[in-house]
Ligand binder design. Sequence first.
Ligand SMILES: [Zn+2]
Ligand SMILES: [Zn+2]
Length: 78
Amino acid sequence: MKCEICGCKVYGEVEVSEAHLAENDTYIIKVDENERNWICCDSCNKIICHKCCKNPATGYCDACLGSINRHEYLRKAD
Ligand SMILES: [Zn+2]
Ligand SMILES: [Zn+2]
């Protein structure tokens, strides 16, 4: 996988595993987030490395975050 902006290689994966708890017979979904240097933008689904993203914690790339902020601004200005 490569960053869509700078083309550098990205690493780290999100592992989803299912575990069965025998004592109360339930299944739990476990999400292990290994350390990774990229996000998959929630809006445009692009793979963006942290170097190309100012706010990776938001889950959005800069372009989408910018347009979201603009919408927020427009809503407030309304
Ligand atoms: Zn990049
Ligand atoms: Zn995006």
